[in-house]
Design a protein around this ligand. Structure first.
Ligand SMILES: *Cc1c(COP(=O)(O)O)cnc(C)c1O
Length: 376
């Protein structure tokens, strides 16, 4: 019997040069959290992003958010405003710092942090407690959030923004790269992201001093002394030179990966948008999404589940949209400012297989199962 291969939601897709850079690391014995691949990868990212940014390659995107909070001196007693509709890694580092998250719901146009609710929350916290220490905004699924609106509010109240660009490498906002649109930004190179180093992340800042401080903290905060001396608490968060080699290879194909993922989106949209029970997130003018994952919103929980289970039956992975943080057992008791939008997306939304390595046969196989849905 012919068995069909499993189709994953978003699987790693190597370009070709990754192995060469990794072999170089072996040949030169740079098997350490520093070396030419780390420097080369950071330079590649800086060049790609443009705009005089400084990049620190780290062990994960989560580590990058944690260091960003550390660099902003977020600590116990502080509140951090965080987009509720996201992956838990956006919020967990707030807890690592002993600080308190306050969750903000999304708006309809981008599914990201609502400027209206953000300002309501800031006013509320200033009146009832104190000014929040930072804002974590997320370009979810690759779609930029409303950057100008969020930055205007952040400037008005003088609160720094951490731009969680983990899912949006290759996306742009009015021709500026996601990852360069705020005070500090992070990227992720986890296995499911648009490019991967198997695991890794980066912190992006405006100043070389902040970058150097991030590198210092990420390598155990060792003072300049012949012995090991420490005047502050460090972390072991630096990227290894071996995985940075994978990253250098992946940078050569990032634009191809964006094109392939956008093509997936166009395929699904071309074939499914005629059904009133399925809708897609469109790009507002000036917004350019890498379409990391193609998401559909169905007309009901039952319809979403029917499609998800029918795909699963055929060994095809799909997943409900992120469960908002304010609904998560671990975060539900924290303050949140909501409007029902992320809850509705969680109830009816589904991420379809979106890897850049999907074949036309794969896409047809997925589509044919969705087209059999009795809910269409
Ligand atoms: C993947 C992801 C992260 C965390 O990145 P890791 O490299 O997996 O630690 C943070 N935020 C969002 C929105 C993500 O999708």
């Amino acid at each position: 019997m012919l068995t069909k291969t499993k189709i994953y939601l978003s699987s790693p897709h190597m370009g070709g040069s990754e192995r060469k850079f990794v072999e170089e690391a072996f040949d030169t014995n740079w098997i350490a959290p520093l070396g030419p691949n780390v420097d080369g990868f950071e330079n590649d990212i800086q060049e790609y992003l443009g705009g005089n940014k400084h990049v620190a390659a780290l062990s994960s995107g989560t580590a990058a958010i944690h260091l960003a909070l550390q660099l902003l001196n977020v600590s116990a007693g502080d509140e951090v405003l965080c987009q509720s509709f996201t992956f838990s890694a956006s919020a967990n580092p707030i807890i690592y710092q002993g600080a308190t998250p306050v969750f903000i719901d999304s708006e309809q146009d981008t599914w990201n942090i609502s400027p209206e609710l953000l300002e309501i929350a800031i006013k509320d916290r200033i009146e009832k407690y104190r000014k929040p220490k930072a804002i974590i905004a997320v370009h979810l699924y690759g779609m930029p959030y409303k950057v100008n609106e969020i930055n205007d509010i952040a400037r008005k109240y003088e609160i720094p923004v951490i731009e969680d660009s983990a899912e949006a490498f290759g996306s742009t906002y009015f021709n500026q790269a996601c990852g360069t649109l705020s005070d500090m930004a992070i990227l992720s190179f986890n296995g499911n992201k648009i490019i991967t180093t198997s695991g890794g992340g980066a912190l992006i800042t405006d100043s070389v001093e902040l970058k150097n401080k991030a590198v210092f903290l990420s390598t155990q905060a060792r003072d300049n002394a012949p012995h090991y001396q420490h005047s502050s608490i460090g972390f072991n968060y630096r990227m290894s030179n071996v995985v940075a080699g994978i990253g250098r290879g992946q940078m050569e194909v990032l634009d191809d990966r964006v094109a392939a993922r956008r093509k997936n989106f166009e395929f699904y949209k071309a074939n499914l948008s005629k059904y009133s029970s399925i809708s897609f997130l469109e790009e507002p003018i000036g917004f350019y999404s890498n379409r990391w994952l193609t998401c559909i919103k169905t007309s009901s929980y039952d319809m979403r589940e029917q499609i998800r289970l029918a795909l699963s039956e055929e060994d095809i992975e799909s997943r409900p949209l992120w469960k908002p943080m304010h609904m998560q057992p671990v975060f539900k008791d924290y303050l949140h400012f909501t409007n029902g939008i992320s809850e509705d997306l969680f109830e009816k939304g589904l991420c379809l297989p979106s890897g850049s390595n999907l074949s036309q046969d794969d896409l047809d196989r997925i589509l044919n199962i969705i087209l059999k849905s009795p809910y269409l």
